[in-house]
Design a protein around this ligand. Structure first.
Ligand code: C2G
Length: 132
């Protein structure tokens, strides 16, 4: 069983997120999503989410590519998560390229950055809605 892990806020779930999750799942058989908690978003990522953690978790759990959703409550939990969940591959969109290379040394997981889906983001959705 090849296990993949990825992290994110996944607010206002959109096709860019789905593209990432679909491609991440292609690297293994089991996809774990570490979902940023409301506190982590507010305190560490300065993100104000539209949907709560529970709502975002419910949406992710409905996606066929996602096998498990766990909370992301700090920046430093990744090595522990990778060990605890026996993740073989760590995947993020390439807006994070290079930021998590340290995991390649600190854990047995392969670190892969996938191209982001252009032209879509939660921020853009919010801005466009405000214009209407
Ligand atoms: N993403 C993408 N294409 C988009 C938008 C997002 O591929 N158009 C990817 C991002 O690169 C990320 C994932 O979807 O891998 C989730 O995006 P966000 O919810 O914006 O996650 P982020 O705030 O970057 O959180 O510790 C890591 C952080 O929790 C990552």
């Amino acid at each position: 069983m090849k296990r993949v892990i990825t992290y994110g806020t996944f607010d206002l779930l959109h096709y860019g997120h789905i593209n990432l999750l679909r491609r991440a799942k292609e690297y293994g058989d089991y996809l774990i999503v570490a979902l940023s908690t409301d506190e982590f978003n507010k305190d560490a990522k300065s993100k104000k989410t539209y949907f709560t953690y529970e709502q975002r978790k419910q949406l992710l759990e409905a996606i066929r590519y996602v096998d498990l959703v766990i909370p992301e409550s700090n920046w430093d939990q990744k090595p522990k998560d990778i060990k605890m969940y026996k993740a073989d591959v760590f995947i993020m969109g390439d807006d994070w390229k290079g930021q998590f290379d340290y995991l390649q040394d600190q854990t047995t997981a392969e670190v892969i950055y996938l191209p982001r889906t252009p032209e879509i983001s939660t921020t853009q959705i919010k801005n466009n809605l405000n214009k209407k």
